[in-house]
Design a protein around this ligand. Structure first.
Ligand SMILES: Cc1cc2nc3c(=O)[nH]c(=O)nc-3n(C[C@H](O)[C@H](O)[C@H](O)COP(=O)(O)OP(=O)(O)OC[C@H]3O[C@@H](n4cnc5c(N)ncnc54)[C@H](O)[C@@H]3O)c2cc1C
Length: 467
């Protein structure tokens, strides 16, 4: 169904997917209401400002092969965008490995023996895969089959288990297939040593970034939508009422107040599992059972503000080792000098966790203290330079792609199809490992569908084929 002029379209979630849809709908003359539970819009792609410092919730680079989305972002931000060179490192077994790999650095970093083993393992995996193809169910199956066991054990096993919090045999191979980024070390090895291999987005050496942080994309979208339609932050959708065929309205909580909002059309970008919990009446038992088995991985960002002008010269640094509590860090001033007051800098670390576990429940003081301890041990800072710290807990940062997730999420999506005035978009909304460009594209496609202008774009997003 399409949203007629004069009908309110309620957009659940004010991340990039919801906001991109909101802009497209308001530009087409429709009235929307964006309902966002957080204090600010932007979702995972927001930028936190604190005492003159600014940081993303894990550095967000903008890169896309979708010319439509690139035009959309360039048009929105104009000369706010800067181009940032990308250099990254992996801290592997006490050594710094440049990423993308360079042969000499890899040889010296990994050592001759590990490098030779990795190359041999890679070669024999390729031969084995051709001669004896086997079904690839888990991440372990996939990586061992494509890159060999030595590379799996050297890097993929520890980093993947740190990110996902479950064993590599329980992580779906589908995730690797869907996210070519996961292949980048192997591809980097091919490119470094063999001078060939696929050109992957992670190997791109420059990317776009808004001078004041990635949150400016959402900030600009907000400004445009609010010219004609309201955005309600601090507004959590707690119930979604339906009659079995159509969504009739939602119940929202704003602080202590709870009230109902009717609407003609609905776009949900909030986590798929939350939609299931909110549906009133409940979905059938088999749908709820599938929803109960879908999980998201959560994230805790610990940022340390420093009394020094620079701590690293990298875009990202990866820490696969389990002895270091964070998996990745970045220094926002390497992305844009405007991210800190002159002469000062900050380091932003990412800890992957599950809501309610020891990391999620640790006090802010404890998280900052252990972060400062490890940053000093790694040689980035001296303790007395750490002047301030800030912790941000982010629920549902990653859809968890465990073995069997696809069938379960499909049951949910199939069930939601019955509601003729509901569309679903976005990363958590569709349970896809989307980057920003894909989240934006899915929001734009949903808006097109709501406008009754179903285009190719919608089909592409539905198939998950947007790069
Ligand atoms: C650590 C990290 C690093 C990343 N780095 C990059 C990168 O470098 N490049 C890149 O392109 N992408 C990156 N991404 C991915 C990118 O952040 C996402 O693709 C994009 O922001 C998803 O937008 P979205 O609108 O689909 O979802 P979200 O941003 O999750 O938006 C959903 C919104 O719904 C709100 N919400 C949830 N429940 C409710 C409710 N009940 N009621 C009302 N509102 C609700 C949430 O608060 C949120 O604002 C990264 C992601 C993470 C976690």
């Amino acid at each position: 169904m399409s949203v007629k002029s004069g009908t309110d379209c309620l957009i659940l979630g004010g991340g990039l997917a919801g906001l991109a849809a909101g802009r497209a709908l308001t530009q087409a003359g429709r009235r929307v209401q964006v309902l966002e539970s957080g204090d600010a819009v932007g979702g995972l792609a927001r930028t936190v400002a604190h005492d003159g410092f600014r940081f993303d919730l894990g550095g967000h680079r903008f890169f896309t092969r979708d010319t439509h989305v690139e035009r959309f972002v360039r048009e929105l931000l104009g000369d706010e965008l800067v181009t940032v060179p990308r250099t990254s490192r992996i801290y592997l077994r006490g050594k710094w490995i440049e990423y993308p790999l360079r042969p000499m650095n890899a040889l010296f970093g990994l050592g001759l023996r590990a490098s030779a083993e990795t190359l041999l393992g890679y070669g024999s995996a390729r031969v084995a895969r051709r001669m004896l193809p086997v079904p690839l169910v888990s991440l372990e199956d996939w990586v061992v089959a494509h890159f060999g066991r030595p590379l799996f054990e050297l890097y993929f096993r520890d980093y993947s288990e740190k990110v996902w919090g479950i064993g590599c045999r329980d992580i779906s191979a589908e995730w690797m297939a869907q996210r070519v980024q996961g292949l980048s070390l192997g591809a980097a090895i091919q490119r470094a040593f063999l001078k060939r291999g696929p050109a992957l987005p992670t190997l791109v050496d420059r990317f776009l970034y808004p001078r004041l942080g990635i949150g400016r994309i959402a900030g600009r979208l907000r400004e445009e939508i609010e010219q004609s339609s309201p955005i309600a932050t601090g507004t959590q959708v707690v119930r979604i009422h339906h009659d079995g065929r159509r969504i009739e309205g939602v119940t929202v909580r704003q602080g202590d107040r709870v009230h109902d909002l009717p609407g003609g059309a609905f776009l949900s970008t909030i986590p798929l599992t939350q939609v299931m919990q909110a549906l009133t009446p409940h979905a059938p038992a088999h749908v709820r059972a599938a929803a109960a088995q879908l999980r998201y991985r959560d994230l805790v960002i610990v940022t340390v503000m420093l009394d020094r002008d620079r701590a690293t010269d990298q875009t990202w640094i990866y820490f696969p080792g389990k002895d270091i509590p964070f998996g990745r860090l970045h220094e926002p001033t390497n992305w844009s000098a405007a991210m800190a007051p002159p002469g000062r800098t900050l380091l932003v670390t990412e800890r992957f966790c599950f809501r309610g576990d020891a990391t999620w429940n640790a006090s802010d003081a404890e998280l900052i203290e252990t972060t400062v301890h490890h940053l000093e041990k790694l040689g980035f800072i001296r303790r007395h330079e750490a002047r301030d710290g800030m912790v941000v807990r982010i629920p549902a940062a990653y859809p968890l792609f465990d073995v069997g997730y696809q069938e379960r999420s499909q049951i949910l999506c199939d069930y939601l199809e019955r509601f003729e005035n509901l569309r679903v978009a976005g990363r958590g909304g569709l349970f896809r490992y989307y980057n920003m460009d894909q989240a934006i594209a899915s929001g734009l496609a949903a808006a097109e569908a709501l406008l009754g202008r179903d285009t190719e774009m919608r089909a592409t997003v539905a198939a998950g084929a947007v790069p």
